[in-house]
Design a binder for this molecule. Structure first.
Ligand SMILES: O=C(O)C(=O)C[C@@H](O)[C@H](O)[C@H](O)COP(=O)(O)O
Length: 337
């Protein structure tokens, strides 16, 4: 399947195909010079498979985990890119999950003021969401994605076969971003989460297509794209506050979504899906401490933040909320008994 993200001057394809990684020459020029950026959580078989099909591709590997979406890792990868003598004609390939895509994309966005970048996502989270849309970033001073850019990939290559080497926790965490997409835009996608067994390929294709449409309408998040942040306002705060617990990003988004589902019936429905995915419950937290992290949200506007609220599955609204309102929301448990 091929989808196209249609943008003013940098449209790009999203290829979704099982075993696509076995014939990359059909999707990108194998004779171009590349640097493949990956992390040590990506199995060697995917890295070797990609590298073996390219005539000139050095591999740069950094340690996996959100803690490495950092300035130090950025500097280390950038130094290696510089020593590889990439020119503006060459390109970077991100092979991995959301952290790899965000970091490699940010390197590509800033090296020589921007070179081409291909995204080959190998986790559910990156295949259903983060590989498309051009948000590239690193974390700094304890805040998520606080330094970054919009830098769209030249192409995205999704091979669901790469998910076969993921552990269940990674799969579930990534699926939360697809559930988010369903809750804000498409109830049929939410229903897919209530079927047994889960149809992963359909969930991926449906989710990334919804993302494509949003990015086409609002590439730089001047309006509607903000809805993709459903669950992230408090989710990012939990992720930042509990970075030593290592919750996965999707787990935090799952926790964060529950606070913005005012209808108890829908909240209980989502809670059931999250339990089935084994998403951990929100840890005990200090509302004031989480509020402090929310105050640095990129959707912040003075003394308020644009919160995303889902009243009915498949639709959502953007509601400006003061930080006092956020603190009040945080004071109440989001769970239905
Ligand atoms: O692409 C977007 O836009 C999103 O908001 C997708 C999010 O799921 C993703 O986690 C994103 O990186 C968060 O964006 P941020 O602007 O809050 O850093």
């Amino acid at each position: 399947m091929k989808l196209t993200v249609k943008l003013q001057d940098h449209s790009y394809p999203i290829f979704i195909e099982r075993h696509a990684l076995e014939h990359v020459a059909d999707f990108l020029d194998p004779h171009r010079k590349y640097v493949i950026v990956t992390d040590d959580g990506v199995p060697a078989r995917w890295v070797d498979l990609l590298q073996s099909q390219l005539s000139d591709a050095r591999v740069i590997t950094f340690p996996c985990g959100e803690a490495n979406k950092s300035l130090a890792t950025y500097e280390s990868v950038m130094e290696q890119v510089i020593s590889s003598h990439l020119t503006r004609k060459d390109a970077i390939i991100a092979l991995g999950g959301g952290v790899v895509g965000d970091l490699a994309g940010f390197v590509a966005a800033t090296y020589m003021r921007g070179i081409d970048f291909y995204n080959i996502p190998t986790t559910v989270l990156s295949q259903v969401d983060s590989s498309v849309g051009g948000k590239v970033a690193i974390d700094m001073a304890g805040y998520k994605n606080i330094v970054g850019a919009f830098h769209q990939p030249k192409a995205v290559l999704i091979d669901p076969e790469t998910l076969s080497t993921l552990d269940q926790r990674q799969v579930s965490s990534g699926l939360v971003e697809a559930l988010k997409m369903g809750l804000i835009l498409d109830e049929r996608l939410v229903e897919l989460f209530e079927q047994e067994p889960l149809d992963l390929d359909t969930i991926i294709a449906r989710s990334i297509d919804l993302k494509r449409a949003i990015v086409e309408n609002d590439e730089k998040e001047n309006g509607q794209r903000a809805i993709l942040n459903f669950g992230h306002t408090i989710g990012h705060a939990i992720e930042s506050a509990y970075h030593d617990v290592p919750y996965y990003h999707g787990e935090c988004v799952g926790m964060g979504m529950l606070f913005f589902l005012p209808d108890p019936t829908l909240r209980a429905r989502v809670q059931r899906i999250l339990e089935r995915l084994r998403i951990p419950a929100t840890p005990a937290y200090d509302p004031k401490a989480l509020r402090a992290f929310v105050e640095h949200d990129k959707k912040g506007q003075g003394d308020s933040v644009r919160a995303i609220v889902v009243d009915h599955a498949g639709t959502c609204r953007i509601e400006p909320m003061t930080y006092d309102q956020i603190e009040t929301i945080l004071e109440r448990s989001p769970y239905e008994k």
